[in-house]
Design a binder for this molecule. Structure first.
Ligand code: ZN
Ligand code: ZN
Ligand code: ZN
Length: 385
């Protein structure tokens, strides 16, 4: 589910409305302020979502180096393979271009642009082969992750980003509604076939790419990140579907469970606990409370009902250009929720060898309260198809 695995197609998308030129200029200003605040005097952005967020250009995961060099006190420069340069949406106001040819050493080019700057921040997802090479050429510097600078900025979405997340969420909702409506047949099909069906529908509903489509039936649903196997879905089974994609550079992520026949009382009881847990987590996401309070609210409902040991992961993750990014809804995260934080609320109850349930929405914190971006029926819907 990593952002960097995409093809070039989403680079064009990243230059869409959510990151137009004025937006990028404003982000660059905020990055410079954050660099000063975190005592960083040069920022190096390569693979990962920081680069498209700031520049509109997504680097291909290639052996050829792409690196946006952002000094705190000067014009940024995009070091890019000459053959990739035409794909860069270049605006002179934002950065200079430095295309390098096949016989040049791009690390030496980057090192010369770094010059006398000493406190470096480098992309969290930059390959070690590049970081180690730069460290040899630039001895005596300090190095931190670029997320030190960018993560608090990227975590708080602006209006255009919230609009993009809302649009992607609505598209995922439509696929979930098709699942509920029986338009995605389940009984007698393999998990893999249903996963492929969901993936195609994510594209049909407007996603540019599919990031994952987990389909997990019965005992497979007890494994949170089970993907999709050759197991054939039968009658009277739990089927957990967790899927999402990227649209205009921003991600969707939704989980709904369905039941292929009348729901036995024990399964309904457990699902009702999960339903209440997820609602409690969503409601807890009030601006100013620590992220861990969302986790605690969801976890308390499940623990109070006696299923606490079967809720084996954090309650949620931030979402934006990446499926999983800051802020995380997890015990120990004291970061206060702020307007614009976008994250999942996805508690689960997993009974090994039997079945599992998870229920997930994306939520945005706003000054007037938590705003869910997913609205498809939250109940355990019976699908007899
Ligand atoms: Zn996950
Ligand atoms: Zn999910
Ligand atoms: Zn999720």
């Amino acid at each position: 589910m990593s952002y960097g695995s995409s093809t070039g197609s989403s680079a064009g998308a990243a230059t869409g409305s959510a990151s137009g030129i004025s937006v990028r200029q404003e982000r660059l200003d905020r990055v410079r302020e954050a660099m000063i605040a975190s005592d960083v005097d040069i920022l190096l952005l390569s693979l990962g979502a920081d680069l498209p967020w700031l520049s509109g250009y997504e680097a291909m995961p290639l052996e050829r180096l792409t690196m946006l060099v952002v000094p705190v006190d000067g014009q940024p420069t995009m070091v890019v393979p000459r053959l990739e340069a035409p794909r860069v949406d270049h605006h002179e106001a934002l950065f200079d271009m430095c295309p390098w040819g096949e016989t040049e050493n791009p690390l030496a080019v980057t090192a010369s642009l770094v010059g006398a700057h000493r406190r470096m921040a480098v992309s969290d997802r930059c390959w070690s082969t590049f970081v180690l090479g730069l460290q040899q050429l630039l001895p005596g510097r300090t190095w931190v992750d670029s997320s030190t600078v960018t993560s608090p900025l990227r975590a708080r979405k602006d209006d255009a980003e919230i609009a993009a997340l809302t649009k992607a969420g609505a598209a995922a909702d439509r696929v979930a509604a098709q699942l509920h409506g029986g338009q995605i047949p389940l009984i007698g099909r393999t998990e893999a076939a249903v996963s492929a069906d969901i993936s195609q529908r994510l594209l049909d509903e407007g996603h540019d790419k599919v990031n994952f489509a987990i389909v997990a039936s019965m005992e497979n649903a007890a494994s949170p990140h089970h993907h999709a196997s050759t197991r054939v879905i039968g009658l009277n089974e739990v089927v957990l579907c967790d899927f999402g994609g990227t649209m205009d550079g921003y991600c969707s992520d939704i989980t709904r469970c369905v039941h292929t026949g009348p729901v036995p009382a024990e399964r309904q009881e457990i699902y009702d606990v999960l339903f209440a847990s997820q609602a409690a987590g969503v409601a807890a996401g009030v601006v100013g409370v620590g992220c861990q309070e969302v986790d605690r609210a969801s976890r308390k409902v499940i623990a109070d009902a006696g299923w606490g040991e079967y809720f084996i992961h954090r309650t949620g993750h931030g979402i934006g250009m990446e499926e999983h990014e800051d802020p995380y809804m997890v015990e120990g995260n004291h970061l206060p929720l702020a307007a614009g934080h976008a994250y999942s609320v996805e508690p689960g109850i997993y009974l090994p060898g039997r079945f599992g349930f998870r229920l997930e929405d994306i939520v945005v914190s706003t000054d007037s309260g938590p705003l869910p971006l997913n609205h498809t029926d939250h109940r355990l819907v019976v699908v007899e198809a």
